[in-house]
Unconditional design. Structure first.
Length: 167
């Protein structure tokens, strides 16, 4: 049984530019009570440089097939394939690649849930090397951020805090 991954408070924080964090927070606040999702792209110099919003199609999927998709967009996300392919090709024209996938949790913590893990570890997940950023919305505010990526040695996801600042 897979468990959720929490941010390890004694782990070193990941530095992400305030401008990028502001864009992520704005997206999460605009889409609440639904979860937001999207991509962060960057290059060797600036790993987390550009934010690409993607539509969360989980409510549409839930409405058309509730057996397969028991949750709607308030408790899950399904990143629009059209949107992420477009974002990926736009990024590539600027010499950037997908470095992180982000999404929000509404009235829940900034952990990497069992569903998030299943999605990220799925054989068909398009960005297996990307990190994951989770924004926790509490009381209509961004209360916490978590950063999750695979440990190079073990392949297991670990959680780190996020700090605002140029990397
Ligand atoms: Zn999640």
């Amino acid at each position: 049984m897979k468990r959720r991954i929490e941010v390890s408070s004694d782990a070193e924080g990941v530095r992400i530019a305030r401008r990028v964090l502001n864009e992520l927070c704005a997206h999460a606040l605009e889409t609440q009570p639904e979860e937001c999702c999207g991509l962060v792209t960057g290059n060797a110099l600036h790993r987390f440089r550009s934010v690409h919003r993607c539509r969360n199609e989980m409510t549409l999927r839930h409405q058309s097939d509730p057996m397969t998709y028991p949750r709607d967009g308030r408790a899950a996300f399904y990143m629009s394939e059209i949107d992420y392919l477009k974002a990926q090709s736009e990024a590539e024209t600027r010499g950037e690649w997908v470095t992180a996938v982000y999404h929000s949790h509404v009235d829940a913590g900034a952990y990497f849930s069992t569903m998030d893990r299943a999605y990220a570890e799925h054989a068909l997940f398009p960005f297996p090397d990307a990190a994951h950023i989770v924004l926790a919305i509490w009381d209509h505010k961004v209360a916490a951020l978590g950063f999750f990526e695979r440990d190079a040695a073990t392949g297991a996801f670990t959680g780190r805090p996020v700090e605002a600042g140029e990397p």
